[in-house]
Design a protein around this ligand. Sequence first.
Ligand code: GDP
Length: 182
Amino acid sequence: MASGVDDQYDYIWKVVLVGDSGVGKTNLLSRFTRNEFNAESKSTIGVEFATRNVNIKGKMVRAQIWDTAGQERYRAITSVYYRGAVGALVVYDLTKPQTFHNLDKWLQELKEHAESTVRIMLVGNKTDLRHLRAVTMEEGRTLAEKHSFSFTETSALDSTNVGEAFNNLLVDIFKTQVEEQG
Ligand code: GDP
């Protein structure tokens, strides 16, 4: 057993970020794990995941959140990326309808590579860009309901709902990984 308080946890869960390049995956990750935002769009080659410990129903959960590290630009995400993931944050940019339509492709990929039990949170990001919104909240919600996913809209820029998105996903994972296992 490791000694530092941060090294103590009851569960460690892999969560993957999925979605088109530019939707804000890297910034959602940095906002949640380090409370940072980066306005420059540059892919994070080399950084594969970041972790944050979160208390879920009295248990310490270490969320190990994986970023695509720019690979999605080249359609090169391999099955290794999805392996062992218990949750996925599937992200689109609500100012870019194409990123919403492309979700079909990402969901297909998840279906092919991830465990069938993977829990999914659908996320419409960039709510701060109100005047540029091109996907309604209703469209997002309808898609989520169709697939029985959780759903929220976020802004990595001003922090709206970012913690909630990850936390709600972890609570959902807790239900399937812990409570339903008895
Ligand atoms: P990724 O390619 O999906 O990892 O997306 P990034 O996190 O690199 O973000 C792509 C671009 O969108 C960057 O210029 C970010 O600064 C910007 N961005 C990310 N999230 C938000 C947001 O919530 N609001 C706004 N206005 N811009 C964002």
